[in-house]
Design a protein around this ligand. Structure first.
Ligand SMILES: Cc1cc2nc3c(=O)[nH]c(=O)nc-3n(C[C@H](O)[C@H](O)[C@H](O)COP(=O)(O)OP(=O)(O)OC[C@H]3O[C@@H](n4cnc5c(N)ncnc54)[C@H](O)[C@@H]3O)c2cc1C
Length: 499
């Protein structure tokens, strides 16, 4: 029997991962963090002590069997590792790159109490990338049931719901407003963090399940949700339209030329070829750019501006580095790339250059007071500390809201903030219509959106009377729990009962 691993017997240091040199990478959109080599992956897998009761899996919003897939890597069975991950996670190559593992699986890893936790995200990416390179996918036998499902939005929530509904035998159509699918994975997160080829590969796997994507289709304008469940004949609908409607500052100068939202900047760069030469959709970038905010979106916007040729990029944030909502790794990479951080600073006006453009901002220094509702210390303006700050482009990355179109064109119930209201099963106020991801919670994370898509799929499966293909078969607890000797969880049970 193999000797049990302990904290004393495993390698103390994480496998070092390669990164593009900061000076080189600010001139290209290639990935910053390189993938593990097979040797690095083996080293890192050997650091997992295979806890009897792993706490990393409950730390993952979709419950990946982390201990199981790492053991397969250690045994050099990468296909086995891929099979384990994809039992619960559709997008390993995406999640391995962008999940905030430090707050989830790696944040719970017991090794982290003494040493650096096992690099679970990098191992997941290693398996996901290997699967793409080898052309692996897990397509189960699917028995068509004739039911039609409409999904609105092709981000991680819509994709996860589509996959589960397709596996349950439904005919699934995903409607996407943009000309290509992927949601924020495509239009928001830049190639140097998540290359589009990875998103393409994961979408191809969905197509192999039979999911159809209809792009350039803005639901609410071309047809409504009520029409989908009515004359268009969908048996159930999932809304995963995200929270892509940007907030602005509401200060003087907000609407000058040269003020744009981070979402617009990123969409023009990632989806409209603004970063490529020879296209007629350029993005004139300022010499001195100020980005307001300090979340992942702000980091992406700043690092894109750097790569598009801005001479100086400044981050303006009203709290301190400790409160910045971006992943620490992103802040670190931005610092390495020469982004100038102005912590405890807030803009109070954007200044006109006399021709309708931007010549700078008036800023004020802040200090931290008592904690607010978010638990973070509230920024308080320091009296008399205003000063002018020169810049010619202002990018606003202070958060987003629900896109209002669905609410404006349907009778669906919204919550106080304008997001779609659901019950705990993610059912909305309209029969047969479910919702999940950022359009329900507000801006969150990729894996939370995927978890919501899967949860909604499970509720839709129950609503349609289909058997949950993921559910492990258990005999009914008692004879009374079965109806006419049949398990009510069985496939097509509803039709058996009513026939
Ligand atoms: C720049 C940026 C960086 C981020 N970085 C990270 C990160 O590193 N890690 C992380 O975990 N999370 C990150 N996030 C958050 C994460 O991407 C989101 O939480 C997640 O994508 C939400 O998924 P979703 O499916 O709910 O919505 P989205 O990904 O927003 O997808 C919604 C889709 O619906 C489409 N749509 C909207 N309205 C309609 C309509 N009426 N008809 C048809 N289609 C419609 C949209 O075009 C879009 O494609 C980031 C977000 C941004 C903006």
């Amino acid at each position: 029997m193999a000797k049990r691993k302990t904290i004393r017997t495993i390698p103390r240091e994480r496998a070092p991962v390669g990164e593009q040199d900061p000076q080189a990478r600010i001139r290209n959109f290639g990935e910053v963090t390189l993938r593990f080599t097979p040797e690095q992956a083996q080293h890192e897998a050997s650091r997992c002590i295979e806890c009897a009761k792993p706490v990393c899996t409950p730390g993952c919003p979709v419950g990946v069997d982390i201990k199981g897939f790492i053991a397969k890597i250690a045994a050099n069975d990468l296909r086995g590792a891929y099979d384990i991950i994809t039992e619960t996670n559709l997008l390993p190559a995406v999640c391995g790159r962008v999940c905030p593992q430090e707050n989830q699986c790696e944040g719970s890893c017991v090794i982290g109490n003494t040493l650096a936790p096992v690099a679970i995200g990098r191992l997941e990416r290693f398996v996901g990338d290997t699967a793409i390179a080898e052309g692996w996918s897990n397509i189960p036998y699917i028995e068509p049931n004739g039911l039609r499902i409409g999904i609105i939005g092709s981000g991680p929530a819509g994709m996860a719901c589509a996959a589960d509904m397709a596996k349950a035998g439904c005919d699934v159509t995903v409607y996407e407003a943009f000309h290509v699918p992927g949601g924020v994975l495509r239009y928001g997160i830049p190639d140097f963090r998540l290359p589009n080829v990875v998103v393409d590969a994961e979408i191809a796997n969905l197509e192999k399940l039979g999911v159809r994507f209809e792009c350039n289709t803005l639901v609410g304008r071309l047809f409504t949700i009520e029409q989908m469940v009515g004359e268009l004949g969908f048996d159930a609908v999932f809304i995963g339209t995200g929270a892509g409607y940007p907030s602005f500052l509401g200060i003087p100068g907000d609407s000058l030329n040269g003020v744009l939202s981070a979402n617009e900047l990123l969409t023009r760069c990632n989806m409209m070829q603004a970063k490529d030469r020879g296209f007629d959709t350029p993005l004139p970038i300022g010499a001195r750019v100020a980005v307001i905010g300090s979340g992942n979106t702000a980091m992406d916007a700043m690092r894109v501006c750097r790569r598009l040729g801005a001479e100086e990029v400044h981050c303006i944030y009203r709290r301190s580095r400790a409160e910045a909502p971006a992943r620490l790794e992103e802040v670190h990479h931005a610092e390495q790339e020469g982004i100038d951080f102005h912590w405890l600073t807030a803009p109070v006006a954007i200044l006109d250059d006399g021709k309708g453009g931007v010549r700078g901002m008036r800023c004020i220094r802040m200090e931290l007071g008592e904690p607010d509702a978010s638990g973070r210390r509230r920024p308080v303006a320091v009296k008399g500390s205003e000063y002018e700050f020169a810049c010619d482009l202002v990018v606003v990355a202070i958060g987003t809201n629900a896109n209002p179109i669905i609410g404006q064109t349907s009778k669906i119930k919204l919550d106080k903030r304008g997001y779609i209201a659901t019950d705990e099963t993610l059912a909305t106020s309209l029969a047969g219509v479910y919702a999940g991801g950022d359009i329900v919670t507000g801006a969150a994370t990729v894996i939370q959106a995927m978890g919501a898509g899967r949860k909604a799929a499970s509720s839709m499966i129950a609503y349609l009377g289909l058997r949950d293909t993921d559910a492990v078969y258990r005999a009914p607890a008692s004879a009374e729990a079965a109806l006419f000797g049949l398990d009510p969880g069985e496939h097509n049970f509803v039709r058996v009962r009513t026939a």
